[in-house]
Design a protein. Sequence first.
Length: 197
Amino acid sequence: MAGMLSTSPASSSARPGQTLRSPESVAFEEAWEAARPGAGVPRRADLDLRLIAPFARWFAIIEPDPAAVALPFRLTGSGFREFFGHDLTGTDYLTLADPAIRTYAYECVMACLKHPCGLWQSTPASTADGDRFNYEYTILPISKSGGAPDHIVIFVNFEAKPVDELPGVQRIEHSTVWHWLDIGRGVPPASIGTAPF
């Protein structure tokens, strides 16, 4: 199990754990940062489409359900449709995850909203043929209407394989490396984040 690292908001100087992240992940956080008012989180409407455009194909918005353990997709880029073979809008992300980590994954996303903070991880997935490949998640909180954070935005960056050669995913596995992203309010307590999802 990889240790949890926390980082400070995106900047041009090196940060703890930043070398683990791709330049695309850092650029996505910087686009999110440009949309937020002061120390708050961006409203969904304030996300600058010009800045988000480079990530649009692998960009998604999830609206966690506080009344149930569910993380339904509200918006997904075209890459998700191509990758999974159908539109994921309305699909609960947790149905794609290993059943052993579903509750934990939900709790980590809720921690991103309650704290608030971001989350970065490198995650293996398995295919129906038994192959495995890694992809990178960058998760950040947003607000639908300007109040407390209630949605998350996600950028998925695939590693090692050209996107047009990616196989269909059968199951999302436990993350191999991950850390919280401190957006100016610290990170959740150590009791959350003791095992990757």
